[in-house]
Design a protein around this ligand. Structure first.
Ligand code: ADP
Ligand code: MG
Length: 911
């Protein structure tokens, strides 16, 4: 083998000194006469981390190169060897200080090999642990995978080195126990965990040493990480050393041990202890942040929590001796083959790795699969090769040494096994982000506030500056104004002085004249006087001007106010006019409705009478029935409530009181009072009382004195009602009622007033005793005067009055009174009678027909009637009148009058 195999510099100082080397450099002589190539800077002594088999490669690097470290341990002679080999020297000679081993070939020749550590038969278990395993354990605690293996011939002390429990003698404790001691001492029970599995590989089958029934466990390889695990094996958490020792003992008890010729205790199985160490690396994180100072605050915060997983694999390999030497028989031969299958596969892999071969036959055996990352993988690996001293086993010892030498050339890429907890990192980051967002918001707010404050300060300062500036400007202006005024004043004074001088000069002459004229007043006095009066004049004029200005202003204001008032007045006037128009309209409507009602009532009454009795004599009292009809309707329409309330009023207030209200100052009150009285007068029972209480007089006074059309109308209506009673009729006449009614008839224009007046007169016309007086006081004339109105209701009342009057005359005539020509004819009623004898309105026509009949009954009227054209009307009535009683009456009248008969004969008219 070439020394050029040292590929990794100083730390890889491993070499094999062969005889050929002697030839190359014969001057370099060893004690045994061989030349030795010095081991490059292999440090001696035991130092943590930087020494030991694993050397001083930077452990904190996530990935470092590392060579498989190999130590050789020599077992002391056992009792048998003491005897058997008593005459022979050991086959090896150790030079531990030089880390060399000499393998004697014969008495004069030997091969020298250099190892990372050479452990003599006197090496304590403690020292073996420290140089072989401790650096690996420390690596595991730092998150690397680590492997410690013992390789050697059966009985050379592999189990002694690795698995000794040291219960009798603490100093005997092997690597497994000591490793666990160190691990447990270093981990923190709260945050870290230690799990252990213990299995054996026997005849290519993995068996759980903690549960032997759990057999043929499969090996699982993580395709991503390449991690190898035996998930089927029992994992036991280790919390204390004692439980671990118990576990090892249990495993040992289960360990299959075959009795072999070489050593009854020896095992032909591979025992595999796996220790899984999981650590959280808080301590390291803190160290990092403290190193970097405050600036690294964020780095720390954003660092995901680290969990370091280290795996320590301790492999107690089966004996490496050749089958033929093991003395195996029967199935144990197969056994030996299987044992060697795994071992020879391991050897092949190591050879391939040592030679940098592109193909490493890892998959050839279960052992190599299990140790895949221990050799040429990502673990720190330490191999201890055990040898015995006996020259009888020289061959085995040689091969063991050669195995170890090859293993020293295997390089591992050591990777730290760190896992990032991204979930909790994300959580942390979220929290951090939220904190930052909140902080940012706060800062923004503060910033905005600051900006606002600065802006408002600036604004204030600007305002202040502006104010100062305008103040200064104003002061400046005032100052200029003052200066200007003073200058003006000075100039004026100057001017006045000049003027005075000039005036004085001018006055010299007149002054002389004045003196000459003997006025006796000094010119200066005069001037002063004049000036004074002038000044007075000026101030007066100024005052006057001011006054004028003020007055003008006032006038303007007044005009404005007036204009406003005028528009208001116009508006109000307009409103008033509208109101009046509305009122007139309503009144007209009421009038029309009233007249329609009267007409209908009258017609109904007449129809009823003619149907009931056919008595023409009583038709003349039309108004009586009309009024009572109206009254009846009114009371009926307004309901019992009004009737009752009026009666109640009558009782409570008293008639006298009501009548006194007729003279009230208030027109409204008068109107209401007269309405109430009119309503009362419609009741026959009240009529006498009203008249007795002076109501008639009051009503007549009202008729005479009032200018209110409505009062006159209602009063006339009331009088008309009262005039239905015979005794009242006399009273009315006695109190000059007819002249008052005549006056009203003459100047009233309202058809309803005229209707009432005409009605009242018509009632009076029906009184036999009052005929002459009535006619004498102008009653008939007043009645006829009202036809000018043309309203059928008025005309009907006029016709009724005429009919009443004619009836009374004919009655008097039939009772034998000596009467002259009818007063109606005297007062010129006949033309109107004839004219309206065939009036379209039946109430008018009926009354006139009756009047004609009554007039015709009095012979003295016949001549006038014939000449007035009344005869023709009588004939028509006697022939065509729809009412039979009137027709008969007309006929009888015509027959009974000789004058009419003669005329009819003359005219050859048959009747
Ligand atoms: P292996 O496991 O390699 O077959 P063992 O560890 O069983 O060998 O050792 C065989 C015998 O040798 C045991 O009795 C053991 O106590 C003893 N032995 C091995 N190595 C030493 C040593 N370094 N010091 C004292 N006794 C040892
Ligand atoms: Mg053993």
């Amino acid at each position: 083998m070439a020394s050029g195999a040292y590929r990794n510099g100083v730390a890889k100082g491993s070499m094999k000194v062969e005889r050929s080397a002697v030839a190359v450099n014969p001057s370099a002589k060893s004690s045994s006469g061989v030349k030795v190539k010095p081991a490059p800077s292999l440090t001696s002594g035991v130092r943590r981390s930087t020494t030991g088999l694993l050397g001083g490669s930077g452990k904190d690097d996530a990935s470092v190169s590392g060579r498989v470290r190999v130590a050789v341990r020599l077992r002391p002679r056992n009792a048998e060897e003491m005897v058997a080999d008593a005459d022979f020297a050991d086959c090896v000679e150790l030079q531990p200080e030089l880390k060399r081993l000499k393998l004697r070939k014969n008495n004069w020749d030997s091969d020298t090999f250099e190892f990372d550590e050479v452990l003599t038969e006197f090496a304590s278990q403690k020292r073996v642990y420290e140089v072989v395993a401790k650096p690996v354990v420390e690596s595991v605690l730092d998150g690397y995978n680590g492997t410690v293996m013992a390789y050697g011939q059966t009985g050379t002390g592999k189990t002694f080195t690795l698995g000794r429990l040291g219960e009798e003698d603490t100093a005997d404790r092997g690597i497994m126990v000591r490793s666990m001691e160190d691990i447990l001492a270093d981990v923190s029970p709260e945050s870290d965990s230690v799990f252990v599995s213990y299995s054996q590989l026997y005849m290519e089958s993995i068996q759980d040493l903690l549960d032997p029934t759990n057999d043929n466990i499969s090996i699982v390889e993580d395709p991503k990480t390449g991690d190898v695990s035996v998930p089927g094996a029992t994992l036991v958490e280790i919390r204390d050393q004692q439980s671990f020792v118990e576990l090892l003992r249990l495993g040992e008890a289960h360990r299959f041990a075959a009795n072999t010729k070489l050593n009854t205790e020896s095992s032909r199985s591979h025992a595999i202890l796996m220790v899984h160490v999981k650590r959280s690396v808080r301590g390291k994180e803190e160290l990092l942040s403290s190193e970097n100072g405050n600036g690294s605050h964020m780095v720390k915060s954003f660092r995901p929590p680290l969990v370091r997983k280290g795996k320590l694999v301790v492999v107690d390999l089966a004996g490496s001796e050749r089958i033929d030497k093991s003395g195996s028989e029967g199935h144990t031969l197969e056994e030996a083959k299987s044992i060697n299958l795994s071992l020879s596969a391991l050897g092949k892999c190591i050879n391939a790795l040592a030679e940098n071969s592109p193909h490493v036959p890892v998959r050839d055996s279960k052992l190599t699969r299990l140790l895949r990352d221990s050799f040429g993988g990502t673990a720190r690996t330490s191999l201890v090769v055990t040898i015995g001293p006996s020259p009888r086993h020289r061959g085995e010892t040689t091969s063991t040494i050669m195995f170890g030498q090859r293993a020293m050339k295997v390089e591992n890429m050591v990777k730290i096994k760190e896992e990032f907890d991204y979930k909790s990192l994300a959580r942390k980051l979220d929290i951090q982000l939220d904190k930052l967002i909140a902080e940012n918001e706060r800062q923004q707010k503060t910033f905005q506030d600051q900006i606002n404050r600065i802006a408002s300060d600036a604004q204030n300062q600007i305002s202040e500056a502006e104010r100062n500036y305008s103040d200064a400007l104003e002061n400046e202006r005032l100052q200029y104004e003052r200066d200007y005024k003073e200058t003006i004043k000075r100039l004026e004074v100057q001017w006045a002085t000049n003027q005075r001088k000039r005036d004085d000069d001018k006055l010299i002459e007149p002054k002389k004249e004045c003196l000459d004229m003997g006025l006796g007043t000094s010119s200066s006095e005069q001037i002063a006087e004049l000036k004074q009066s002038l000044q007075k004049e000026i101030s007066l004029r100024q005052a006057a001007e001011e006054q004028i200005t003020t007055l003008r202003g006032e006038v303007v204001q007044w005009r404005r106010a007036e204009a406003v008032a005028n528009t208001e007045v116009i508006k109000l006037r307009k409103k008033l006019e509208d109101e009046e128009k509305q009122k007139v309209k309503l009144e007209e409507e009421i009038t029309i409705l009233g007249s329609q009602l009267l007409r209908l009532s009258f017609e109904a009454d007449e129809t009823r009478r003619s149907l009931d009795r056919g008595d023409s004599g009583k038709i003349l009292t039309g108004l009586d029935s009309l009024m009572s009809q109206v009254r009846h309707l009114q009371l009926k329409d307004s309901g019992n409530g009004q009737k009752a309330s009026i009666a109640k009023l009558f009782e409570q207030v008293g008639l006298q009181k009501i009548l006194s209200l007729l003279e009230s100052e208030d027109a409204e009150v008068r109107i209401h009072a007269v309405k109430v009285v009119a309503n009362l007068a419609a009741e026959e029972a009240n009529q006498e009382k009203i008249v007795e209480a002076g109501g008639l007089t009051s009503l007549l006074m009202l008729l005479r004195g009032s200018e209110d059309e409505m009062i006159r109308r209602v009063a006339a209506g009331a009088i008309a009602n009262l005039a239905m009673n015979e005794s009242n009729q006399e009273l009315i006449m006695g109190e000059g009622g007819i002249s008052l009614l005549s006056m009203t008839a003459a100047d009233a224009e309202d058809p309803q007033t005229l209707r009432m007046v005409a009605g009242a007169i018509a009632n009076l016309c029906g009184n036999d005793k009052l005929q002459t007086k009535l006619r004498g006081e102008g009653g008939i004339k007043a009645l006829l005067g009202m036809v000018r109105c043309g309203h059928p209701d008025v005309l009907a009342q006029v016709a009724r009055g005429i009919a009443n009057f004619a009836k009374c005359e004919s009655r008097a005539s039939s009772q034998g009174s000596k009467l002259g020509r009818s007063l109606l004819i005297d007062d010129g009623a006949l033309p109107w009678i004839v004219q309206n004898a065939n009036n379209e309105a039946s109430p008018i026509r009926r009354h006139i027909e009756l009047a004609l009949c009554h007039l015709a009954q009095h012979e003295v009227n016949a001549k006038d009637m014939i000449s007035g054209g009344a005869l023709w009307e009588l004939v028509r009535i006697s022939r065509d009148c729809s009412r039979e009683d009137i027709r008969t009456l007309a006929h009888r009248t015509l027959i009974s009058s000789p004058t009419f008969q003669a005329e009819l004969r003359r005219l050859r008219i048959e009747c």
